[in-house]
Design a protein around this ligand. Structure first.
Ligand SMILES: Cc1cc2nc3c(=O)[nH]c(=O)nc-3n(C[C@H](O)[C@H](O)[C@H](O)COP(=O)(O)O)c2cc1C
Length: 330
């Protein structure tokens, strides 16, 4: 299983990753993205401390379906020993294809305990964490970093080399500093510099919004893989479009309204089956409803009503009513 994951980088195809995204890259969405051509998916980040404490919520996050493979489970934390234990536990219980370490999260709650991008201020700590996790697991260990802690301390190549030296087998660079959060543009030149400096595969991340962007990123940086986060929101078909662009084929158009609505229902059904609580699943599904209906004529009014539903049946009715009205108006 492990070998099959790393061999993805020698398959002659640049793998497309669905990015780890708290609250978004949950199992149902990962399955949808895989179906549209994402080659690799990564879980939402989970705290090493939560895993060790045996927090039920943390463990529930991690459930996945075999159809999602190859899948990586992403963990974060600042204590090498805790990270090693968490990685070993995850491997034993879930047997993911790889473990990804998050050195990129900019959120205060995480950073203040030196987790996520907080580690980027201390590269010795970064290396100790990677070494401890590598020693504790038999699956490949990959890392996801930002370009640096702050714009003054922007040093992606140095960080990346230290990660490689410590035993990371794949490195993803989100080419923004921690202080940038999500503002400004990702600096693809930094991805190119890291690709040049490293032996291991480098996955480029940041500002791939269209299929054509994925092709441009590969051309600009020579990256071995492309990771997409926000560009997939309400648009999992971006993976099919990116694959076509990379293959030099015509890019398939966005789905029609009918196709989009069918996908919404399929996605919601999967979410309900996964959550086993329709009301809870529909509440959590609101963000996807918002994204899927963005840009539709009168989309705002539709969204307002969709955000109130607690049962899939109600959402189906609203979508059907909209579809009929839209078809009549068209
Ligand atoms: C809602 C949301 C949640 C995220 N959660 C995580 C996370 O759990 N782990 C992680 O490494 N990055 C996380 N990220 C960052 C993304 O993986 C990615 O690095 C970033 O969004 C840049 O890629 P993009 O320009 O394609 O969106 C998150 C991003 C978003 C928008």
């Amino acid at each position: 299983m492990n070998d099959s994951f790393l061999s993805i980088f020698s398959s002659g195809r640049v793998p497309l990753y669905l990015a780890p995204q708290a609250g978004v890259s949950e199992s149902p969405f990962r399955r949808i993205c895989r179906r549209f051509g994402a080659d690799v998916v990564v879980s939402e980040f989970v705290s090493a401390e939560g895993l060790r404490r045996g927090s039920e919520k943390t463990w529930r996050y991690l459930r996945f379906d075999d159809a999602e493979r190859p899948i990586g489970v992403q963990i974060f934390g600042a204590d090498p020993q805790a990270m090693a234990e968490a990685a070993a536990l995850v491997e034993r219980v879930y047997a993911p294809d790889f473990i990804d370490i998050n050195f990129g999260c900019p959120v205060k709650k995480v950073v203040k305990r030196n987790g996520g991008s907080g580690c980027l201020r201390d590269l010795d700590l970064v290396q100790r964490i990677i070494r401890a996790v590598v020693a504790a697991t038999s699956v490949p260990v990959t890392v996801k970093i930002r370009s640096g802690w702050s714009d003054e301390m922007r040093n992606p190549v140095e960080i990346a080399l230290r990660c490689e030296e410590a035993g990371a087998q794949v490195l993803t660079l989100h080419a923004r500093s921690r202080t940038q959060m999500y503002a400004g543009r990702a600096d693809w030149d930094e991805i190119a510099a890291v690709v040049d400096a490293l032996e291991i595969p480098v996955v480029g991340n940041g500002d791939v919004w269209t299929g054509e962007d994925a092709r441009r990123m590969v051309e600009h940086t020579g990256c071995a893989g492309v990771m997409i986060a926000r560009g997939s929101h309400g648009a999992p078909w971006i993976f099919a479009q990116a694959r076509a662009a990379l293959d030099g084929r015509p890019i398939p158009p966005d789905p029609t309204v009918d196709e989009r609505f069918r996908l919404i229902i399929e996605h919601a059904r999967t979410a309900i089956a996964f959550e086993r609580d329709e009301e809870l699943a529909m509440r959590e599904f609101r963000k996807h409803l918002g994204w899927y209906t963005k840009g539709l004529p009168d989309g705002r009014a539709l969204r307002q009503r969709l955000f109130e539903v607690t049962r899939l049946e109600e959402a189906e009715e609203l979508l059907e009513m909209y579809r009929l009205k839209y078809a009549v108006a068209a």
